[in-house]
Ligand binder design. Sequence first.
Ligand code: ADP
Ligand code: MG
Length: 323
Amino acid sequence: KDTIDKIAAGEVVERPASVVKELLENAIDAGATVITVEIKEGGISLIRVTDNGSGIDKSEVPKAFLRHATSKINTVEDLLHIVSLGFRGEALSSIAAVSKLELITKTKNELTGIRYSIEGGLEKEAEEVGAPDGTTILVRNLFFNTPVRKKFLKQPQTEGGYVSDLMEHMAMSNPGVSFKYINNGQTRFYTSGNGNLQEIIYRIYGKDISSSLIPVDISESGIHMSGFIGKPEINRANRSFEIYFVNGRFIKSGIIGKAIEEGYKKYVMQHKFPFVVLHLQIDSQEMDVNVHPTKMEVRFTNQMKLYDFISEHITKSLHETEL
Ligand code: ADP
Ligand code: MG
């Protein structure tokens, strides 16, 4: 069983950033509006996620760490219509199998909470404690019992960079949630959760970028595009600032990336890597989503339509703005 859990863990838990992603999705699923993430040494020695969500009933805590334990799917129907962010109740058990994990949680209906610790998949301790409503999960010494996997990790700074990218994307795709992100004791950014995307961009990227943005908000034949495109003067050195979300999910797509660059190129007459943060809402019939635990592939039914829509409206928005 131990071995099976460790192998299964490989599916979900590739690196600190994938742990943080799972924990954040759980927090959001639990209705959290305030989430703090702290990491140390790139998340290898410590990941802490604190949320003010529903919490977990004391009696349910050990169950949450069983493989395929999920409170989100009750029937086969649910499985077919799975829309919640988590997937198939594998995250907590997989993370617990390869780390020293501590969970402190309390629901609104209970007077006290529980502190529960589990190391390498083995329950260590469970005690009643006073705690605020919500959940804190501490993940220490990731891969302490799987040295080969640990060796496969990059330097803490690189792993921390992946976590930072993820945090930025999560903050921009959930503007209604307040995030605080602390890396090696330093607060990297804080968002208020007031829903204002431009303010989030300001918090993450600073004033130079946030004051050079053109808002877009366009709907046409099943596609809605909103967000901000940077003025050409804030063009970046690479593609990592072409940030877009499809139906709330951060993705990388060759088609969308090319369309964005083409939209700029028609305006500035030069190939550049722009800064954009765009939310695309696309009818689910218009795409084929293949969700794998660690990757997400999206294929669009009508690629040309999507491409033209994005590039034309970017060019148009640039032309319409006094630059
Ligand atoms: P899944 O998210 O697919 O259900 P997980 O292993 O990620 O599976 O989580 C198992 C269960 O633990 C969830 O279904 C949920 O009931 C509970 N849970 C996990 N994290 C939280 C949290 N932050 N707040 C409340 N409940 C949580
Ligand atoms: Mg989950």
